[in-house]
Structure formats: C-alpha cells, structure tokens
Design a protein around this ligand. Structure first.
Ligand code: PSV
Ligand code: MN
Length: 424
C-alpha cells in the first residue's frame, strides 16, 4: 500500500485553517522558528524491523492482523509511517530475523520509500535452528572458545549483510551474564567478551562504527556482562575510536539519571545514540513519552546542549532509533505516537533559553534554572512539529489520518488476518 503526497495533502486541507492559527500563536512566542523547523525537518528516527508486528511477553502474544510477513512488507510499513510523518526515513535490521535474500532488490525497495538502512543488529541471544553451538550460557563471553567463535562469525556476517545494504554501523546487544552467584567468573566473562569484541571491531570497514548496548538485567538475573553504561564504556574505550556506547532508555535500574549518563558519554565522545522507548518498571518497551515525557525532554535538553557544544550535526552525528514492543496497540499507530513524542521533546529542547540557563547556573539560581527548563517543557510545541511535517509533505495528524484512510484494514485485506511478523 502506498500513500502519496497528494492524497495526504488533500486530507490536510480540512485541518489547515485551525493548524495555521495555532502555529502562528506558538511561533509568535519563539525567536528562532525558522531554524527550529529546519532541524525538525532534518531529524529522522530509524524504525526497527522487529517492531512492526505485535510483540509479546513470556506469558503470551496476542497477534494483531495484517502484520508484515516478510522484509518487503516491513519496508512497506515503514514507508507508510514515513509518508505520514516524514520523520521515519530509516530502517534498522535485526539478523537473522530479517535477512535480505536479495540485497540489491531490498535496497531498491527501500529507496522507493525514501528509506535508508541504519545500524544492523546481531542476535546471539537466541539459538537458531541451523546453529551448531547453543548460547544458553552466553555467546561472546562463553567458556567454550567454539561458541565464542560462532558468535564472532555471526557478527562479522551481520557486518557483511549491512555493507551490502549501505549500513554504517553494527549494534551488539548481549544477553550474556549469569543467573546465579558462582555460575561464572566475572573477570573471565569480561575478558572473553572483550577479546571477542576486539575481533568484531577488527572486521569493521573503515567507515563503520560498532555500538555496544548495555542492559541491567534480563534474561540473566544475577549478573550481566555488559550491564550498565560504565561497563559498556570500559569496552568501547578499550576497543578504540570506532566503538561507542548505545543507550536504550529501558535498560537502566529504576530512577537512574539517564540525562546525566548521556551528558557524560557525549563529553567523552562515546555516545552512539539511542534506542527510544518508555517504561515504568524496567525494560517495559512502552511507547516513547507515554510514562515519563519530562525525562525524555531532560534527555533531549542534554543532547541538544551537548551536541551544540561540540558543533555536532543533530540529525546525523548520533544514531536515533526506536526499540519498543507493541503488545496491546496497533504497532504502526504506536510508532507514530513514539515519533511524535520524540519530535515534541526535541522541539522543546530546542526552545530552551540556554544562555539564561547558563547565567542562572553560574550564580546558583536554582529557582530560575527550573523556571527556564519548565517554561520550555510546558510550551505546546505540537504546532511546530506539525508545521515541519506539513512542509515536508506529511500529515498534520498522522494517527488520525492512519485511521481515516483505514490503513490497517487495507493491510489486512492484502495480507490476511493471521500473518505474524518476525521479532520477539
Ligand atoms: C534487548 O532488550 C534489546 O533492547 C536489544 O536492542 C535487542 O536487539 C532488542 O531489544 C531485541 O528486541
Ligand atoms: Mn535496545
């Protein structure tokens, strides 16, 4: 199914007058509207190939209907999202859930939908049918060299797949760790993992990066070998300049100060980018901004301040991606909501009066500092985000248009009721 700009433009018509009124009002209170709009237009968030179907937990999965049954259909889904919001111009593949059988054809299909290939992700946390050794007791950390070899080779294979598609980075997330005290030797597990990562690092093409993603717990519940940002930073610092630490918002212990982590990783030039999601308890993988939008804003505030301090390009110098599991919502509607939440937080961060904030910090004016941040956070920037979408040819109201055009109903007609997408 294709949504062309003309069809979207026609539908925008009936909301245009109301939008223009609210946009003018919001813009009148902001100094640099033109530059903010350009930044919003440039900002693209990659969609993971594994999040286009209904997700599940270990207790069950309640599949939706009309889910994409293959990689081509997943690309088509992201094409729909991008047509609606003009901010989802990239796809991140998980191998072997989504191995392209014909890289040239897949690349051409993605280009037809104006999509690029973001980071490729390896998977050594599940056993595949054709695999010789099991990852039950870890992969890159494993006590058996043959298992480590298999996991290293898989990562190199994923790099090769990514090269064929035009990706420029590999994300490694390891489930490695232990469930019980005494199960493994922490130092040996760390050392094995480091040596394995060194081999993967050595296989990176010159213009590639490797992202080491950390996670506090699950599936291992006693220790995780890349358990937090400190451990990831230790690996990436030792590996070299092509290695970076990837922050997945759901991978922290409760109440962690993620914005501070982000700020320090950027200070050290070691922040890879993000897997966006939201959570109340742990790795809940909920819609971005659905539980704690203020935290998301504070993270973007650090990002914008940190990127500007280093004259970085907001759109291209870090990797922006969603990593969520849509268990009770239509995945496409959920992704549209997530992108909207990201754009809102980004726009709010862009209107922070950074000069005044620095002045307040310099004289320890705590009250003023809070006033400045919350003035930005409490500004309704939705008309700015909508205006950027409108200028790019997207929908003024993406979720509403998705429903009005009966996109899911159409996909069910095309794909049937019972298709199940690959992923967790
Ligand atoms: C692990 O929880 C994770 O965040 C990693 O990024 C994986 O690649 C992804 O989720 C798998 O769903
Ligand atoms: Mn993740």
């Amino acid at each position: 199914m294709l949504l062309n700009k003309q069809r979207i433009e026609e539908r925008n018509g009936k909301h245009l007058a109301a939008h223009q009124r609210s946009f003018e009002y919001t813009a009148s209170g902001i100094n640099n509207t033109a530059s903010i709009l350009q930044k919003l237009l440039d900002f693209q968030v990659a969609i993971p190939s594994w999040a286009l179907g209904t997700g599940g937990t270990r207790f069950g999965r309640f599949s939706g209907a009309g889910e994409p049954g293959n990689l081509e259909q997943k690309i088509e889904d992201i094409g729909l999202l991008h047509a609606l919001n003009q901010s989802s111009g990239a796809i991140s593949l998980h191998i072997p859930w989504d191995i392209p059988s014909d890289a040239t054809a897949i690349k051409a299909l993605a280009a037809k939908h104006n999509l690029k290939f973001d980071a490729v992700n390896s998977n050594t946390f599940q056993d595949q049918q054709v695999q010789t050794h099991s990852y039950k007791f870890g992969s890159l950390q494993h006590v058996d060299k043959a298992v480590r070899r298999q996991a290293i080779d898989h990562n190199i294979e994923v790099i090769n797949q990514g090269v064929a598609l035009g990706s420029k980075s590999l994300t490694v997330w390891l489930a490695d760790g232990s469930c019980f005290p005494g199960q493994l030797n922490f130092r040996t597990a760390w050392q094995n993992t480091y040596e394995s990562l060194q081999e993967i690092y050595a296989a990176l093409p010159a213009d590639w990066k490797v992202f080491v993603e950390y996670k506090a717990y699950e599936p291992n519940f006693y220790s995780t070998t890349v358990g937090d940002w400190g451990q990831s930073l230790l690996y990436t610092s030792k590996l070299g300049p092509k290695a970076y630490t990837l922050v997945d918002l759901g991978h922290h212990l409760p109440n962690a100060n993620i914005e501070q982590i982000v700020s320090l990783l950027m200070m050290e030039d070691k922040l890879a980018g993000f897997h966006f999601n939201d959570s109340k308890y742990g790795d809940d993988d909920l819609t971005v901004g659905s539980i704690n939008p203020y935290q998301l804003f504070l993270i973007f505030n650090e990002l914008v301040e940190g990127m500007d301090a280093k004259a970085m390009n907001h759109a291209t110098d870090l990797a922006w991606m969603i990593d969520a599991s849509h268990n009770v919502k239509d995945p496409l509607e959920d992704l549209l909501q997530s992108i909207e939440a990201i754009m809102i937080a980004y726009a709010q961060a862009l209107i922070v009066d950074t000069k005044a904030l620095k002045e307040a910090q310099a004289v320890n004016d705590v009250v003023k500092a809070q006033e400045i941040l919350q003035a930005a956070y409490r500004t309704d920037v939705r008309p700015l985000v909508a205006e950027a979408r409108l200028r790019a040819g997207g929908a003024l109201q993406p979720v509403q248009l998705f429903r009005d055009l009966k996109v899911r109903e159409q996909l069910i007609k095309e794909r049937g009721q019972t298709t199940v997408a690959t992923g967790l």
